[in-house]
Design a protein around this ligand. Structure first.
Ligand code: ADP
Length: 368
């Protein structure tokens, strides 16, 4: 076989199929650059999701595609360009690409645990993440992330979020004397506080802003939907029947507000004993039922694991403390699924656009 030509290499790469959109990179316009030097290829591809699985799949497909062309060495640069929700001219946080609500029908199902671990898992994939604890009835993020202190303001106008593990954070708990103190707020107060948290906090550019909303009520969803376009909601549930009734209400609320349900997370799904036997303590099938009702994917199931609570109580969520544990892996898988779902929904809505216009890299070169 003769030495590979740039034309042949480019053609082979253009035909590689994107694992999320199932279309060739050439047709998607996501093959950004290809260079060939002494039989070695350097290529740059844009992906819409930071998912590790997506990266590995593209890598493998690129290697497979270039082998018949006679290329032995490939260096692949993947540029993650997370899609952006539509921001109107009055959007208070246009630099925040995605706003994601984490909801549940009732308290105690692990909604805050899921929100926190999900935020961290997305951060660990290399994206810019913010976490807003809007659960005014029981703000738990200060404890779960081991943060004390009060946010400050540099200019007296915008509040600087606190930071931990590379995530920007804001919680009603930061503003209370005692974060464990329960507060009962009436609707208008919640409305005002939330507006402040969104508009007056200096979030800066983010790929994902995860919002932990209070259980049951749709107040947060309602207030936010009036202010900005929400990318979508994640519903957290347990496998129990009893919990399900409340969850249906959250789903219907989102549907009324035109907030897409991105996916469902089943938490405290099962318990693995030391012999590796699975026990379904709270029944089974809850997540699937909700997913079916919401016409959304089941992102994953998180097992019951005392480490989840222990690490949470110590201020280091399990995905950070023990990413290889079964629960840690479950959260990482859920983050992957969420990122992919956001990319897919954006693609379908924008009729085949992988990245928003005017965003992303300007280094695009026309090949050949
Ligand atoms: P919610 O936000 O729905 O009220 P939390 O996230 O505060 O629920 O979780 C309630 C309690 O359950 C916490 O003590 C948390 O550590 C624990 N917990 C959550 N998920 C799990 C899990 N998968 N395994 C074990 N404990 C969990």
């Amino acid at each position: 076989m003769g030495s590979p030509t740039l034309d042949a290499v480019t053609e082979a790469l253009r035909n590689v199929e994107d694992p999320i959109f199932q279309k060739p990179l050439g047709a998607l316009g996501t093959l950004i650059d290809v260079r060939l030097d002494k039989g070695r290829v350097w290529a740059k591809v844009r992906v819409s999701s930071p998912s590790e699985e997506v990266r590995q799949t593209i890598q493998t497909r690129v290697e497979t595609a270039l082998e018949p062309v006679g290329v032995e060495f490939v260096e692949l640069e993947l540029e993650v360009n997370v899609p952006t929700r539509e921001a109107t001219s009055t959007d208070p946080i246009p630099e925040v690409r995605n706003v994601i609500l984490v909801m549940s029908g009732k308290g105690g199902v692990g909604k805050s645990t899921v929100a926190t671990n999900l935020a961290l898992a997305l951060r660990r994939l290399g994206t810019r993440v913010g976490l807003l604890d809007a659960d005014i009835y029981g703000p738990s993020l200060p404890t779960m992330l081991g943060i004390e202190g009060h946010p400050t303001s540099k200019d007296g106008k915008r509040i600087q979020p606190l930071q931990r593990f590379g995530i920007k954070l804001m919680s009603i708990g930061f503003l209370l004397e005692d974060p464990k103190q329960a507060i009962v707020w009436r609707g208008p107060m919640l409305h005002g506080a939330l507006q402040q948290f969104v508009s007056d906090v200096d979030w800066g550019p983010l790929d994902y802003l995860i919002i932990d909303s209070p259980p049951g009520t749709g107040d947060v969803a309602l207030t936010l939907a009036q202010k900005l376009r929400i990318t979508g909601a994640i519903i957290v549930t347990t496998p129990q029947e009893v919990a399900l009734q409340d969850v249906y209400k959250s789903v219907s609320m989102c549907q009324k507000l035109n907030i897409p349900i991105l996916g469902v997370v089943e938490n405290m799904s099962h318990f693995m004993d030391s012999a590796g036997v699975k026990h379904e303590l709270f029944g089974s099938g809850g997540g699937e039922k909700i997913a079916e009702f919401a016409e959304a994917p089941l992102f994953g199931r998180v097992p019951i694991d005392s480490q989840v609570r222990e690490w949470g109580d110590q201020g280091t969520p399990i995905v950070q403390a023990a990413p290889a544990s079964p629960a840690g892996q479950a959260f990482t898988g859920i983050a992957d699924a969420l990122a992919e779902q956001i990319a897919k929904e954006h693609f379908n809505r924008s009729e085949g656009e992988t990245a928003p216009e005017g965003e992303g890299p300007k280094r695009l070169r026309i090949l050949r």
